[in-house]
Design a protein around this ligand. Structure first.
Ligand code: IVH
Length: 705
């Protein structure tokens, strides 16, 4: 039966379906809990509950008194279900100095064209993991981790075990998504680790890892034994606003029963923000939980709305990080790792040292220039001091970032230490390692014959934002790569694993770590990924410079694998219609395009791609529905002074309405918005017969008047 999308249901259909779902779920519950004879799979059950929650989300008024959403004690799911966030969970831009904060404030004011002092909230940045809690009619119906920001994991049952998270709230909007941070206090962390070591279990490196590991337990009864806490600091979907300002919205969450951070202050301008930052920094050591900075947010929610978002971060907030933590230790060795694109990366092997609560024994050394004391442009860094094996080096760690080497103590340099010679031969395959002009990185030229590149490509292929095959992570890929009986050397061979296994006497099932159930699950997971969206496939190919964002752009532009492949085959670097079409995609530059076209013309790479695609059904990607606005698809130019919004805001608004904003007038210009003082551009536009409007007309078009 075709299931109608929830957005298309009528009120009557929704009510009828909610009744059917309530009965079906109640029946399944009885079979599972009471009779111990389940009638449906866990995933089917989860799907019913999800559908029920989605319909209730759209029609809160139709929620039944016997709604399945209100019943706790759902069966433990195998793995977490996925939750698509209705409103994306974003991350924050970072500021590392007072200057960065002043710049942020200035940028916000200039964007808004605001002259006076602007109010911001300032509060600690909690070092935990973010969680989104959905309440419908005051009842907690879903909890989801951030995941990749678009889709998170359904951890509802686990969240229900956290004392700081209310199950029911009174006086809230019908739909309310509360967002905040799950964390563990220092005392609880120490006690948990003490218990773990007493029973010989694994201990956690820091409170954040402990919080993440505890929340993401498949068995919620384990989460229940872990002392997790929660601070609310933001929100997602809402059926009605919480307040007019950030500060009042947080107060409202507090009055609804959430824990909010007591160090949240309302500050007038950068000087007060920085004052509060310094005060929080002083209290940091005695708070009893980890924080890694201070978050500033524009207080007025109407202004937040105007400021809006960049691709992954809001323009109205910033995280002012505390300085990185430092420590000195000995550099024992420098190893060279070979990455997916052949890059030779030097890794420092260190005498283990604690940096900010974490034991560090490896750090990145970036590239050969960095070791030699030079930057990418040949300039001097560290006063030109090079890094040698045996040196005392300063290690630093800022938040999540991979530890780095900052400095060298020449006074402690052993007398026999010699400058490091960076290899010019790939340590993995012996091919020449070449450094091209203008590239900071030396690369192995072995391509597909280099085992290190091949393994890294496979790891990338199965990674979370690529094929994301459950049960086939980096560790398993590495093992399969070296397997003498069932080797997987290329992505295509993942899809022949099952048929090869069937033909073997020495079966996967009898191997170490592989039981009947795990083999069956692996094959099912691989089967499921024979259907793959085009954007994921393009990203998974691991072509240099093609990240997730560019893969999405390419997929929406070409739509299908057939069209994409035909265009790449026909394209020639730097010339012809296909090249022009490719480089005309907004966000695709010559470097990316060259890398892409070259990969498709490289015989071995091409053969590997063809072999892979033969096993797949590639799902087409539809271009996002065009924005329905008077300026969608048009090219706009702003000139003169705008009095009601800044240039930056006008540009962002125009782009949100589907228009392109250009800096100069040409035959391609559709519309010129001219404020007072407009000069040559207005003349040019008039000469070209382009329509010219003033700011008020623009505001009317943009729906602001
Ligand atoms: S606001 C749209 N406030 O930091 C912005 N985030 O680096 C929503 N975090 O993903 C986030 N404390 O997990 C905000 N007081 C705070 C925070 C905070 C910790 C985390 C959050 C976010 C990450 C961004």
């Amino acid at each position: 039966m075709m299931v109608k999308p929830v957005e298309e249901l009528t009120q009557a259909e929704a009510a009828a379906e909610l009744a059917r779902l309530a009965a079906a779920i109640a029946g399944a519950n009885a079979a599972y809990h009471t009779r111990d004879t389940p009638e449906m799979s866990d995933s089917d059950y989860d799907a019913l509950k999800r559908r029920n929650a989605e319909i209730e989300g759209r029609f809160p008024g139709l929620k039944r008194s016997d709604s399945p959403s209100d019943q706790v004690g759902a069966p433990v799911a195998e793995g977490f279900g996925k939750v698509a966030h209705v409103i994306r969970m974003l991350s924050l831009e970072n500021a590392f100095s007072e200057e960065d904060v002043a710049d942020f404030e200035a940028r916000v004011r200039s964007y808004l064209g605001h002259d006076g002092v602007l109010a911001f909230t300032a509060e600690p940045k909690i070092d935990g993991l973010s969680l989104s809690l959905r309440y419908e009619n005051g009842v907690l119906v879903q909890a989801a981790t951030r995941g990749d920001g678009e889709t998170g994991e359904n951890v509802t049952e686990n969240a229900r075990t956290i004392a700081d998270i209310p199950q029911q709230i009174i006086g809230a909007p019908a739909v309310l998504e509360v967002r905040g941070e799950v964390y563990m206090s220092h005392a609880d962390f120490a006690a948990l680790n003490a218990r773990a070591s007493a029973t010989g279990e694994k201990t956690f490196a820091n409170p954040r890892n402990a919080a993440a590991g505890s929340l993401r337990q498949l068995d919620a009864t384990i989460t229940k034994t872990r002392p997790l806490r929660f601070f609310a600091y933001a929100w997602g979907a809402l059926s009605s606003p919480l307040a007019d300002s950030q500060f009042d919205a947080i107060q409202r969450l507090k009055s609804l029963g959430f824990q909010t951070n007591p160090l949240t202050r309302l500050c007038q301008g950068a000087p007060e923000m920085l004052e509060h930052y310094r005060s929080i920094e002083v209290q940091r050591a005695t708070l009893g939980y980890d924080i890694d900075g201070v978050v500033y947010k524009v207080n007025d929610l109407a202004l937040q709305r105007r400021l809006g978002f960049r691709s992954a971060t809001p323009r109205w907030a910033i995280a002012h990080k505390f300085p990185a933590e430092l420590a000195w230790t000995r550099l024992e060795a420098i190893d060279i790792q070979v990455g997916r694109t052949g890059a030779l990366s030097p890794v420092a092997r260190l005498s283990p040292v604690t940096v900010g609560g974490v034991v560090v024994s490896n750090a990145t050394l970036h590239n050969e220039d960095y070791i030699a004391g030079r930057d990418a442009k040949g300039g001097v860094i560290r006063e030109g001091k090079d890094i040698r094996i045996g040196d005392w080096v300063q290690v630093y760690r800022a938040g999540d970032v991979i530890p780095k080497i900052n400095d060298v103590n020449l006074e402690k340099r052993p007398s026999d230490a010699v400058p490091f010679t960076f290899p010019t031969i790939c340590p993995q395959c012996g091919s020449e390692a070449i450094r091209e002009d203008g590239d900071a990185v030396r690369r192995c030229s072995g391509g597909m014959i280099c085992p290190a590149q091949a393994v890294e490509r496979l790891k990338h292929f199965v990674s979370r934002n690529a094929f994301d095959i459950e049960g086939l992570g980096a560790k398993q890929v590495e093992a399969f790569f070296h397997d003498p009986v069932l080797p997987v050397k290329t992505p295509a061979e993942i899809f022949t694993l099952q048929s090869r296994d069937a033909a073997q006497l020495a079966k996967l099932e009898n191997r170490d770590g592989w039981g009947r159930a795990s083999v069956k699950k692996l094959f099912a997971a691989i089967e499921a990924k024979r259907q793959i969206p085009l954007n994921r496939l393009i990203f998974a190919l691991g072509i240099r410079h093609v990240g997730e964002t560019s893969a999405n752009l390419l997929a929406t532009h070409y739509g299908s694998w057939a069209a994409f492949e035909a265009a790449m085959t026909a394209a020639q670097v730097g010339e012809g219609a296909e090249w022009a079409d490719l480089t005309a995609i907004d966000g695709v530059g010559a470097v990316l395009a060259t890398s892409l076209v070259t990969a498709f013309h490289q015989p071995a790479e091409r053969a590997a791609m063809d072999a892979l695609v033969a096993h797949l059904t590639v799902q087409e990607v539809k271009a996002r529905a065009p924005v329905d606005s008077a300026v969608a698809g048009k090219t706009l130019v702003f000139t003169g002074t705008l009095e009601k919004m800044s240039r930056a805001e006008a540009k962002a608004r125009a782009e949100a309405l589907g228009a392109k904003v250009a800096g100069s007038v040409s035959a391609k210009t559709d519309l010129l918005i001219a404020g007072p003082g407009a000069g040559s551009k207005a003349k040019q536009a008039a000469a070209l017969g382009i329509r010219i409007i003033d700011e008020d007309e623009w505001l009317a078009l943009a729906g602001e008047a």
